[in-house]
Design a protein around this ligand. Sequence first.
Ligand code: HEM
Length: 497
Amino acid sequence: SIDKAFTNTSHPLDAIPIVGSSGLRSYWEAFKLLLTGGPAVIRRGYDLYPEGCFRIARPTHWLVIVSGPKHVKEFGDAQEHVLSFRGGMENTIAVTQVVGRTIAEDTYHQLTIRGSLTKNLQACFDGVREEIEFAFDEVLKLQGTEWKTLKTLNAMTAVVARVNNRLLVGLPLCRNKTYLDTSIQFAIDVIVSGQIIGFFPQYMRPFVGPLVTSRNKSIATALQLLGPVIEERLAKADTLGSNWPGKPNDFISWLLDDAVGEERTVRNLVLRVLSTNFAAIHTTSMTFTHAIFDLMTRPELIQPLRDEAERVFEEEGWTKNALNKMIKMDSFLRETQRLHTMGPVNMFRKVVAKDGFRFSDGTFLPEGTFACIAIDSIHHDTSFHQNAAELDAFRFAREREEYTATHDRDGQDMFKRHMVNAATDHLPWGIGKHVCPGRFFAAMELKTMLAHVLIKYDFEPQVPGVRPKDIVFGLSVTPNMFAKIRFRKRANLWAWV
Ligand code: HEM
């Protein structure tokens, strides 16, 4: 049963109820949370406080969990100097130790992603599509009509790393195995070593950091492979001006357009690319793996999605605009993201304002408080989504249809149920000030990959009918990395594919 007791001694967070245990037992509770107990505790808390805040014990501090549309909006909209994204990252993955001071302090690359990268998606679509075809051929290596069984998450991570890097660093590096392995490994290293370092108090981190992270090895390899490319681009920009003839249209160029001062060094630019890969690879490959697992458990969804993709591409060709017409696919991916989040909570923040942070209902978080949002419980709340526990693949397509039937097409609300739209009841991309700037690219990539897989392959689960169990560790949840899928080239491929 739930112990809602408040601590006896005075604590600045006294007004926020505890879920789990207080006092000495809270250490045991915190330990359980480090293993697999996280999601259940958050669900229990949410059932009690769906419109407000509660707190749970972490080994060194309390973590406040925020819920309710009003609170979520205020939380997302708060300024960095009040609720700090960086402070949250520092606490969860010790970003200064693991990635580096300059990256932690100056996040200009997120503006490059929000700006140039997103603006160029149309222009880069053909390259991304080509890379998707190439990557699936390379990773699946299918001959004739043979079936091949692969670990899904591994295979999809390999595909996504190539595709992302086609946009980030271009050919030929996006096909270099050592470079790709380094990008994938760097991201894993950031998460794993960051969490370990995160257990230590601030003053010990500079000493512990170098002992537990292999980031220096990853950075050295990336410097070796990516360094010369960046050096050449820097040299050309310096001698020929920023718009030199033949300048590639990729993330390196866009970064260089925005980088100033000490950011224009090879090492810092390499770190930017690695950090962007960190934000982009595993998020996208986990989402894609969840989508494939959903299709494996609900195979009746494959045909309508395949029909839609085939029809749209037949009418429009493989273009970015064609993706906008795949309303069922957009809805299905949004639904997959709703049901399978990367943990029970997200959007970690630290209160850094001296005066703390106050919600409009008066709830107060003092300076130094760590807080986050109850994403998974919000997504499963039946007051926001009918039959919220069920995968209803086309629920958002229906909502869009209902909306367009009764409203002006140009109305702002038109986009509310699109996959890229963040809302207080739909938070896979976060919301507010730090809402994911890469979401337009991720959505384009996920849709093109799914259309490609649906049109080009047959696929089956190794164990039919059972969704592979997610792996829970602490407050993070990943799709099962051991689960396997069988792929085969489809026999009646369309001539134009
Ligand atoms: C399905 C794929 C993805 C998911 C689910 C996802 C999710 C998120 C979330 C939840 C946040 C906000 C975190 C917070 O508020 O605490 C975020 C931020 C961010 N994402 Fe993504 N992301 C994805 C793909 C990408 C891609 C492809 C890129 C880069 C091209 C990217 C770059 C970033 C960056 C740079 C930020 C930090 C924004 C800031 O500092 O304001 N993400 N992402």
